[in-house]
Design a protein around this ligand. Sequence first.
Ligand code: UD1
Length: 442
Amino acid sequence: MWAQTATLPMNVILAPSQKALTPHLEIRGGRRLEGEIRVSGAKNSALVLMAACLLSSDDLKLRNMPALSDIQGMGEILESLGVTMNRGEGFVELNASGLNQSSPPYELVNGLRASFFCIGPLLARTGVARVPLPGGCQIGARPVVEHVKGLKALGAQVTIEHGVVSAVVPGRGHRLTGGKIHLDCPSVGATETLMMAAALADGETTIENAAQEPEVVDLAGLIIAMGGKVRGAGTPTITIVGMERLHGADYMVIPDRIEAGTLLLAGAITRSKLRITPLIPEHLGAVLSKLEEAGCTLESDGIGMTISADRVRAVDLRTQPFPGFPTDLQAPFMSLLATAEGTSVITEAIFENRLQHVAELQRMGAAIRTQGNTAFIEGVPFLSGAPVTGSDLRASAAMVLAGLAAEGTTLVQGLKHLDRGYDRLEEKLRSVGASIERHDVG
Ligand code: UD1
């Protein structure tokens, strides 16, 4: 059945009602892909590593930085605090010796959740921080109670009024004190906020039930490179010995495991053979297992991973904190399963509102029904191109994948989400044979 869809004419003409009036990607689906795609630096690491520049007055150089609007946004927030920044091709140099503000403006913080994590290093370095609450987003409420609870355990006085979290360290030296923190849930952001806060605290801090994500390990690597002491990152118990000061560093961001997973899925959904590099298999264990269970062949060569897909079978999965299946690949994986043989069951267990892509996939002919946070996906022989909108970053990626596989033309709107987290996605996909064009106006 796939072979039929792959040979459909590519010159489908859109009816006037299908023309998109906002920036969009136009994808002519059904092409097999072939070749190699390079993965950029990890967005979620890079954002937090940028915030860590606040911990020192020396230069911090970060390499392998992805070109993303979120990175631009984080840079603007840091500049508003007095940080100087120099961006070049694939790197950024930051210097927080002129740090003169403790309160990033709401207009910049709003919409970039990771910017809230600045509260940890700001408080540790200056003894005071006022950061607007990040608020909810499309995928869920996204509380920060664990961040706040942890900062209090390190001696901060924290109040939340009029949508702003104000934290101050009382006492003459305004220095946080190491302490024992037990997180009620292994929040990635809380773990990172508290690691940065603890890095300059007086004494030793233990974070129990810490997040074990690779981005947490990357942050630990940077703190160590800056002269700090961190043990246990990547396990549920992290110990940080606070230092009086940290120095500068020259540090390389890890490859983006979510981008790598999305690109492997591009290979799978188009039943192609693609090499994705660099890819660290340990960062994607649960995803690689599910791809193999679905019938894909994976070959690691030590630097990259080659995926070959022919027939794809249904699989069941449930999102979990690392090392479980990542919530950020749930939507993209659903696109693949919409084309698999048999019925798959996906349960989203991290965020309460992260199945919004289902309705859009249905518009492309997917047979999916939902019950609460569980989706039952009955694979169909082919999807059909349609105008669709990605409601959040990963939902947008799911739409692009579906478009690559669909018969006819798909117009993906909602690019402001996609551009937050995927570095030149259409360029990369085009380089391996996809027909995908960006149109800035309708
Ligand atoms: C990070 C990632 C995001 C990913 C998410 C889960 C960044 C910039 N973003 O987000 O891409 O989807 O991890 O892997 O790194 N929670 C609480 N109380 C809290 C904090 C969190 O109940 O105080 C809950 C959340 O509602 C959610 C779960 O914990 O259900 C995971 O959230 P968290 O790990 O904090 O996600 P982020 O760090 O915001």
